[in-house]
Design a protein around this ligand. Structure first.
Ligand code: DOR
Ligand code: ZN
Length: 336
C-alpha cells in the first residue's frame, strides 16, 4: 500500500512546555494531531481555575501561528492537599483530566503526590465530577527498571477505592502493566507511546548511550514491547495513543533530562509498527477513535494522509534533537 487516509488522530498525552518554544512544539503537534491533551508539569502548575485558564490561553496563543488547526484539551496537576473546591474549579475551567505525578517521578514533579491518601479529597471530587484521573505510574523509589511494575499496586488501590473514577495509566512500558489494564474494569484505560511500541532499552544503551531514547518510563525489553504492540493492535478500546512528546533543549539533555521529542515522528513510527504486525487497518482505531471514545469526545472531523515516501528524521528540529533522529522513516503523515 502506498497511501492511506484515515480520520485525523488525537494525542492524549503531550508536553508543550511554556515560553517561546511552545509555538514550534504546538505547531509540530498540530501538523499531525487534530486534538491533544496537554500535560500540566509546567511552573507554576495549573492547580486552579485561573491556572488552567492561563495555561490554556498560552497554548492557544502558541497555536495561533500554526498552519493547522487543533483543539486543546487541558489537564490540571493534582497536588497534595488539593481540596474538592479546587478540583471542581479546574473542571469548571474546562479541564478534562487531573494528572497524578508520584512526587519526584519526573520533570517538575517535586510537588507531586507522596501517596494516594494525600489526595483523597481531590480524587473523590474527580470521581463525582466525572473527570479522568491520568497517572504517571512509576514508583520513584523502586529500581529504575521496576518502577512501573512497582506502582501497579497503588493504581490497584485507587481503582478499588473510587469505583466510578475513570483512570488512564499513561505511557505503558511493560507486559505487566498491559496485563494489569486488561484485568481492571473497563473504566481503566492506558496510553501507549510510539517509542515504547518501536524501541527497547537496547536502542538507549545497547551500543553507545543515546540520550535521544532516554525517557521515563524507560524503554524496556523486547518481550515488553511485544506485549505493548499486541495491546495496541488488538482493537481493545482501553489501549490508545498518547505520544508523551516531551522536548528538552540540548543543554537539559546534556545534563540527563528524561524525555523525547516524539511528536514529529510518532505517527510514522506507529504506522511502521502496525504495518509490521499486519494491522495497518487498525491504526485508525488506536490513534483516532479509542481515546476519544474513552474520554467521551466526538471523533475528529478532518483526515490524516499517510504516504509511503521515505524521509530522514533531521538531527535537529525546533531547537531539539527529535526522537529517532537520523533514521529513515517509510511513512510520511500530513493532515488533509
Ligand atoms: O521522559 C519523560 N519526560 N516522561 C514523562 O512522563 C515526562 C517527561 C517530561 O515532562 O520531561
Ligand atoms: Zn508525559
Amino acid at each position: 500500500m502506498h497511501e492511506l487516509t484515515m480520520r485525523a488522530p488525537d494525542d492524549f498525552h503531550v508536553h508543550l512546555r511554556q515560553g517561546p518554544a511552545m509555538a514550534a512544539y504546538a505547531s509540530r503537534s498540530a501538523a499531525c494531531f487534530a486534538r491533544f491533551l496537554v500535560m500540566p508539569n509546567v511552573v507554576p502548575p495549573p492547580v486552579s481555575a485561573v491556572g488552567v485558564a492561563d495555561y490554556r490561553r498560552a497554548v492557544e496563543s502558541a497555536l495561533a501561528t500554526s498552519a493547522h488547526r487543533a483543539a486543546t484539551l487541558m489537564s490540571f496537576k493534582i497536588v497534595p492537599g488539593m481540596g474538592r473546591d479546587a478540583v471542581l474549579a479546574c473542571a469548571g475551567a474546562g479541564a478534562v483530566a487531573g494528572k497524578y505525578y508520584p512526587a519526584g517521578a519526573i520533570t517538575n514533579s517535586a510537588d507531586g503526590v507522596p501517596g494516594p491518601e494525600a489526595v483523597h479529597e481531590g480524587l473523590a471530587a474527580m470521581e463525582d465530577a466525572g473527570l479522568v484521573l491520568s497517572i504517571h505510574g512509576e514508583d520513584p523509589l523502586a529500581p529504575v527498571l521496576e518502577r512501573e511494575e512497582g506502582f501497579l499496586p497503588v493504581v490497584d488501590s485507587i481503582v478499588a477505592r473510587y469505583p466510578r473514577l475513570r483512570v488512564v495509566l499513561e505511557h505503558l512500558s511493560t507486559a505487566a502493566a498491559v496485563d494489569a489494564v486488561r484485568n481492571w474494569p473497563v473504566r481503566v484505560a492506558a496510553t501507549i507511546t510510539a517509542h515504547h511500541l518501536s524501541f527497547t532499552i537496547d536502542d538507549l544503551a545497547g551500543e553507545r548511550l543515546d540520550p535521544g531514547y532516554f525517557c521515563k518510563p524507560l524503554l524496556k525489553t523486547a518481550r515488553d514491547r511485544n506485549a505493548l504492540v499486541a495491546a495496541a493492535i488488538s482493537g481493545d478500546g482501553r489501549f490508545f495513543f498518547g505520544s508523551d512528546s516531551a522536548p528538552h533543549p540540548p543543554a537539559a539533555k546534556a545534563t540527563g533530562a528524561a524525555g523525547v521529542y516524539a511528536a514529529p515522528v510518532a505517527i510514522s513510527l506507529a504506522a511502521t509498527v502496525f504495518e509490521g504486525a499486519g494491522a495497518l487497518d487498525r491504526l485508525e482505531r488506536f490513534v483516532s477513535e479509542s481515546g476519544a471514545r474513552f474520554y467521551g469526545l466526538p471523533l475528529n472531523e478532518g483526515g490524516l494522509r499517510l504516504t509511503r515516501e521515505p524521509w530522514t528524521v533531521p538531527a535537529e528540529l525546533d531547537g531539539v534533537v527529535p526522537l529517532a533522529a537520523g533514521t529513515t522513516q517509510v511513512w510520511r503523515a500530513s493532515r488533509v
